[in-house]
Design a protein around this ligand. Structure first.
Ligand code: ZN
Length: 474
């Protein structure tokens, strides 16, 4: 297999040519959600990026194994369940289901396996036992801890020294008897009213970081290709994953490429419950389409910050409608394409540029720019009547492939417009061209009565189902 793409690796702080760690398969792990609440559009950013990234690798012909964990045992879930006076397991299950629904509603369907932490309890315990045997871990009165002083490379991912690490971690796993302030919990002993599992050291539950390495060791082995997530998990989460797995296996590196997505702010501020600017995925989807969110996200490079604004979503929706109308116009022109038409190489130069932008550290904004350039170029050919069936065929296949990666428009939407409406629209266009405005207007109102609207644009008429009044869901 010939690998032609590069990605930026957070650990080496360089853009590196991709080489698989072993075999032909590309193994990707992305940190999944902690299921104690609804997911928001900041989460959506990371998951849309890796969904498009996995699909890009498929379309390039690579075999991909993409796994996400589900953190379904954690302090945050316990706190929420206690506050709501709900069963812990029930709460986690509810929000896991909500998460999976949100992902489906965003067109995210590239994950091969969602791995809930509680399904890997035996492997978690086994990994902790090996860390104790190798003297990287020790027992205190409240749990089993990782001794960061035994792993001198601690800090190599985040660039924090172990002293700085200590300050950062102290708020996460506070314990009276830790050897170093930065040591983190691998196993927390049972407290009253908390869920627990039996272990060789007593009843308790796992720490957060050990879940991921137990899952990835089980599914991929001690080393794999790509670990992705939002950048706020670099420290201490990913730093601790490296410390755990590299200590257990004696193999370096845990992963060849660390890919981290940038932050998403709302009107210039980070989302927080206290500011009341939290936008959940389900709320977003009540007002806008999944395509708008995907386009907004993919219009920025995955490592750059995104500032979410209502005006940016309005712009994204208008861009989607441009792509859709263009695609439908192209489909109309290619109708009845023959076998010979299908050999047109018209869109090849755009396709090559599209992929070469993605090959360069998954540069989706530049790849999108290639699509909009194609639309401009072809629209002017259409208006000069220089667009043939073969060329249109070539353009539509390219757009279909690009859309399998990006997921920014609905290619089937056109089928929702009945043939009768399309034929009336075409008839009206002929009347307009012959400047018969009166009859053209008559057809427009006829079409409107049938529940569709016609908008006249430079590239031709655009037909849409008329907007129905939305009734808010509760
Ligand atoms: Zn994780």
């Amino acid at each position: 297999m010939y690998y032609t793409f590069s990605i930026y690796d957070t650990l080496s702080r360089t853009k590196k040519k991709f080489r698989p760690i072993s075999g032909e398969k590309i193994r990707i792990f992305v940190c999944g959600p902690t299921v104690y609440d609804y997911s928001h559009i900041g989460h959506a950013r990371t998951y849309v990026v890796f969904d498009a990234f996995a699909k890009y690798l498929w379309l390039k012909g690579f075999e991909v194994q993409y796994i996400q964990n589900i953190t379904n045992i954690d302090d945050k879930i316990i706190d929420r369940a206690q506050k709501l006076n709900q069963d812990f397991f029930q709460l986690a299950k509810t929000f896991e289901t909500e998460y999976r629904n949100d992902m489906e509603n965003l067109g995210i369907d590239s994950v091969d396996k969602y791995a809930p932490a509680t399904n890997y309890m035996a492997q978690i315990i086994d990994q902790i036992e090996r860390l104790i045997e190798k003297q990287y871990a020790y027992e205190t009165t409240d749990g089993i801890y990782y001794d960061i002083s035994k792993f001198p490379q601690y800090g190599k991912l985040s660039g924090r020294t172990s002293e700085e690490a200590e300050d950062g971690v102290s708020r996460i796993d506070e314990s009276v008897n830790k050897r170093n302030k930065g040591d983190f919990a691998l196993w927390k002993f049972r407290k009253p009213e908390e869920p627990y599992w039996p272990s060789p050291w007593g009843d308790g539950r796992p720490g957060w970081h050990i879940e991921d390495t137990a899952i990835t060791e089980t599914e991929f082995g001690p080393q794999y290709d790509i670990h992705g997530s939002a950048r706020d998990l670099i420290f201490p989460h990913h730093e601790s994953e490296i410390a755990q797995m590299e200590a257990v296996s004696g193999k370096t590196p845990l992963v060849n490429y660390w890919m981290h997505t940038g932050f998403l702010t709302v009107n210039g501020e980070r989302m927080s419950k206290s500011l009341g600017n939290f936008i959940t995925i389900r709320e977003f989807l009540k007002k806008h389409s999944k395509y708008a969110l995907r386009l907004l996200i993919l219009s920025s490079h995955y490592r750059s910050p995104i500032d979410y604004k209502e005006s940016a979503i309005v712009q994204a929706e208008s861009n989607i409608s441009t792509v859709e109308q263009f695609y439908f116009a192209i489909c109309k022109i290619k109708e009845g394409a023959s076998y010979y038409d299908m050999h047109s190489k018209f869109a090849e130069k755009y396709r090559e540029r599209f992929y070469s932008e993605l090959d360069d550290d998954f540069n989706t904004p530049k790849a999108l720019a290639v699509i909009f350039e194609l639309i401009r170029d072809v629209n002017s050919l259409i208006s000069d009547k220089k667009m043939g069936r073969g060329e249109a065929y070539s353009v539509s296949s390219f757009l279909n492939d690009a859309n399998l990666i990006l997921g920014i428009f609905d290619p089937k939407k056109r089928a929702d417009i009945p043939a009768e409406i399309i034929s009336l629209t075409n008839k009206r266009e002929q009347l307009r061209k012959s400047r018969n405005w009166k009859d053209a207007d008559k057809i427009r109102s006829e079409v409107e009565k049938m529940g569709y609207t016609i908008e006249d644009a430079e590239s031709g008429p655009k037909v849409k189902p008329a907007r129905k009044n939305r009734t808010p869901e509760n």
